[in-house]
Ligand binder design. Structure first.
Ligand SMILES: NC(=O)c1ccc[n+]([C@@H]2O[C@H](COP(=O)([O-])OP(=O)(O)OC[C@H]3O[C@@H](n4cnc5c(N)ncnc54)[C@H](OP(=O)(O)O)[C@@H]3O)[C@@H](O)[C@H]2O)c1
Length: 358
């Protein structure tokens, strides 16, 4: 453990108004972005960070004002991995996990076993078997656990669902959503690395699926097409979801091509189109059959991660183990859809070697 110089004043205990002490696992790209929003969260103390390397842990703690930092013991014989040291710290109340997907299961399981509440990056795990095991563990330990699908908590998303559920566009019949960008091939980047759960499906399809399942629920059938590269990760995929009475969703995610990056939800009385990117839209375009089109705009004070952080804190203070906005069953069902898509694409990962996995 390394004591930093900048940590914010610490609080006493848990309770409805208590300051929650946060631990962050990993110091990569998303960890920095989410931590910047964490610094804006009410009643949160940026307490500890862990990294595989001492230098990254200390630099991250210094930059964001964490009180302590933990790192792996390179000798392998001492105090063990940085994240296990962070979980052993009794002052940590809740941890945010920002490792690549393939490590989510191992890290979240260790956090829950140590008695910590957990917010884990999307995709929650590599397969549904891992997701079910973590949910069962959280349930049995009485701990809060949530997948960090930030889109679900945004004001624009909540407004779109309010409109849809209120009948503003009639009965939803189809959803079309895409997310893609041309990503430079880099075998050392987690996006392209099979061992890290690389590929467009696990990284990007979560967002089009979020809009489809929010608007139409979970489908009766799924058909996936896609292209795998020489390393066996998918560079592009299309997913069709089928629903009763012919309702459908068409979803595309790509590491090869740029797209509009929007979601369109179409119903018997009109349609709603999100602004781009669909994972953090700032506008909703609403068109109804009377010929009216209007645009609703949504201002953000922060990058937008604060809403999932606020929901995490709210649930922990309220003694909830899961959020009604991102319930465990939705996380597991999305992982099941991703498993089905992977099986049709022939996309396999080392994590699948675990018993019962896809
Ligand atoms: N919500 C969103 O908008 C959003 C956006 C981007 C990514 N994500 C998700 O966040 C996760 C991380 O993505 P990222 O873009 O931040 O990746 P990244 O830049 O590669 O960072 C991941 C970090 O995890 C740690 N790490 C790397 N390999 C590891 C291993 N084998 N074992 C343990 N730790 C390892 C490293 O931190 P240390 O060196 O400090 O250990 C690394 O910097 C992914 O699951 C991704 O899907 C979410």
């Amino acid at each position: 453990m390394t004591a930093g110089k900048a940590g914010r004043a610490s609080s006493s205990s848990t309770g409805p108004d208590a300051v929650l002490r946060w631990g962050v696992v990993a110091t990569g790209r998303i960890a920095h972005r989410v931590t910047r929003d964490l610094a804006c969260l009410e009643d949160a103390e940026l307490y500890a960070v862990s990294s595989r390397s001492k230098g990254s842990a200390q630099a991250f703690a210094e930059e964001h004002g964490f009180a302590v930092s933990y790192h792996d013991d390179p000798s392998g014989s001492g105090s063990g991995s940085g994240f296990r040291q962070l979980f052993a710290d009794p002052r940590v109340d809740v941890v945010y996990v920002a490792t690549p997907h393939a490590q989510h299961f191992k890290v979240v399981r260790a956090a829950l076993e140590a008695g910590k509440h957990v917010l884990c990056e999307k995709p929650f795990t590599v397969n549904a078997a891992e997701a079910r095991e973590l949910v069962d563990l959280a349930r049995s330990r009485g701990l809060f656990l949530m997948e960090a699908v930030w889109t679900r908590f945004l004001p624009a998303t909540r407004r779109a669902l309010e409109l849809i559920r209120g009948g503003a566009i009639g009965t939803v019949r189809w959803v079309q959503a895409d997310l893609g960008f041309p990503a430079a091939y880099d075998p050392n980047d987690r996006l392209w690395d099979p061992a890290a759960g690389g590929g467009a499906l696990l990284d990007l399809a979560v967002y089009p699926l979020t809009w489809a399942t929010a608007a139409l629920g979970f489908p009766t059938a799924l058909a996936a097409n896609g292209h795998l590269n020489q390393d066996g990760v998918d560079v592009q995929n299309t997913i069709t979801l089928e629903y009763p009475e012919g309702a459908a969703a068409q979803l595309t995610s790509s590491l090869q091509a740029a797209g509009p990056g929007t979601a369109t939800i179409s119903g018997t009385a009109g349609w709603i189109r999100t602004g781009s990117p669909l994972y953090n839209p700032k506008t909703l375009e609403i068109c109804t059959l009377d010929g009216t089109t209007r645009v609703e705009e949504f201002e953000e004070e922060t990058e937008g991660f604060i809403h999932e952080l606020r929901e995490t804190a709210r649930c922990i203070r309220a003694g909830l183990q899961e959020s009604p906005l991102m319930p465990w069953k939705d996380t597991v069902q999305v992982m099941q859809l991703l498993d089905q898509a992977r099986s049709q694409l022939g996309l396999h990962y080392p994590n699948d070697q675990r018993a019962g996995a896809a």
